[in-house]
Each structure stands twice: as C-alpha cells, then as structure tokens.
Design a protein around this ligand. Structure first.
Ligand code: CA
Length: 227
C-alpha cells in the first residue's frame, strides 16, 4: 500500500516515513502543498497524512480540492496547532482523523491501521484505469482533472467496461448486462456500436492516450494500448 505524507518539517516527515516503511507500507514524502497536488493528480494513495500549515497550498485547501474531485481515500491531519478551530475546519473539509503534534509514532501507526481497515470495509466507490476515473457514488467520470459529460447510459457502459478491464467485453455481454436485452433476435448490435462510438468521442478523442479499444471479432476493452 502506498501512503503520501504531506509535511514541510523534513525531519518529522522522514521519521514518519521510516516508521511506516517498517510496517511494510510504501511511503512518499512531499514538502509543500503544490507538489502534493501534482502527486495526487498522478497517483492514487491508500492514505494521506496531511499537515495543515504548508508552503504553497494549505492542507485545508488541498483537502477540499481532493474531496471535490471525488477522492475518498482516508486523510489524517497532522497539526501542531491544537486549536479546536483548525481541527474542525480540517474535519469539515473531509479529513477522517487528526493527530496533534508532537505525537507518538506508535499512536500514528495504530490510527493509520484503523483508517485503512475502515476504508477496506467500504464498498468500492471509485474505479480507474490509467487516468480514467469513475466516482460511482456521484456518478461522475474524469480523465485526469477533466470531467467527462456522460449520459446515464454512457456512464453505465463505461462502468461495465471498467469492471471487466483489462478483459474484452463482447457485444452479447453488453446486450445482456447493460441493455438487459434477453431476446436473441433483437438487433441491438448496431445500437451498441453507435453508443460505443459516442462514448469514444468523449472518453478518448480529446486525449492523447486511447483507452477504449475495439477488439475485432470479439468486442471492446478498456485498457491502455500496448506499444
Ligand atoms: Ca507545517
């Protein structure tokens, strides 16, 4: 599991990272808010440890931005300011827990484990392939930071393809599971092809990397093209 530590006190960040790594986690450290944003755009983390007072974007700004884009990973605030105000602001912005500095490493590790356990028990609320991301609760789709304007049917189709990714989905599967068409004689394949073409215009055409692949004679797959 990959964890991100956003903390401008280098020694503290290194100390926490080391503690997490000893527990078998991969821990990355960023020292300012802007770099944290870049990292979070590129990579999914199982948990984020977030200082509130940061150079660049503040922890609260970062947290609001993260939650606005549908990111549900657990976030624990680390703050030296033990004012109630800050904590409330952080929790309101979408933090799951907080720890006041200075803290014992053992307490931090225990809370990290608790948050990860809780997160595992939640049903999946997002799915992703490359930079394509679906927020299943809000029914919103993104490529990178750009939101895709999809119809409910297009969303459902994309969700189905993502569930099976990187495997190929046949037209028969789509007819049965997305269109819920059970009759063998309904000529629905054209409808599917038209819908796939429309989806491709939104999901792939404006972007560099193509994700929605046609596998001739078999069906469709959502995955990165092999070079
Ligand atoms: Ca700080």
């Amino acid at each position: 599991m990959r964890l991100l530590i956003v903390e401008d006190e280098e020694k503290l960040a290194a100390f926490v990272a080391q503690g997490l790594e000893q527990q078998g986690f991969a821990a990355e450290v960023v020292l300012d808010g802007d770099e944290a944003m870049t990292r979070l755009e590129r990579q999914t983390y199982s948990l984020v440890l977030l200082d509130l007072m940061l150079p660049g974007r503040s922890g609260v700004e970062l947290l609001r931005w993260l939650r606005q884009r549908g990111e549900t990973c657990p976030v624990m605030i680390l703050t030296s300011r033990d004012g109630v105000e800050d904590r409330v602001q952080g929790l309101d912005a979408g933090a799951d827990d907080y720890l006041v500095k200075p803290f014992a490493l053992s307490e931090l590790l225990a809370r990290v484990r608790a948050l990860l356990r809780r997160a595992e028990q939640r049903p999946p609320v997002r799915m992703e392939v490359a930079d394509l991301r679906l927020d299943l609760e809000a029914r919103r789709a993104f490529r990178g930071t750009k939101e895709l304007a999809l119809t409910p049917r297009e969303f459902e189709l994309l969700e189905y393809l993502l569930q099976h990714s990187p495997a190929v989905v046949s037209r028969e599967m789509l007819a049965r599971d997305v269109w819920r068409e059970t009759s063998r004689f309904t000529p629905i394949h054209n409808v599917i092809d038209v819908q796939i073409a429309r989806l491709r215009r939104k999901v792939d055409d404006p972007f560099d990397r193509r994700l929605l692949q046609t596998v001739r004679g078999v069906g469709f797959a959502l995955r990165e093209e092999k070079e």
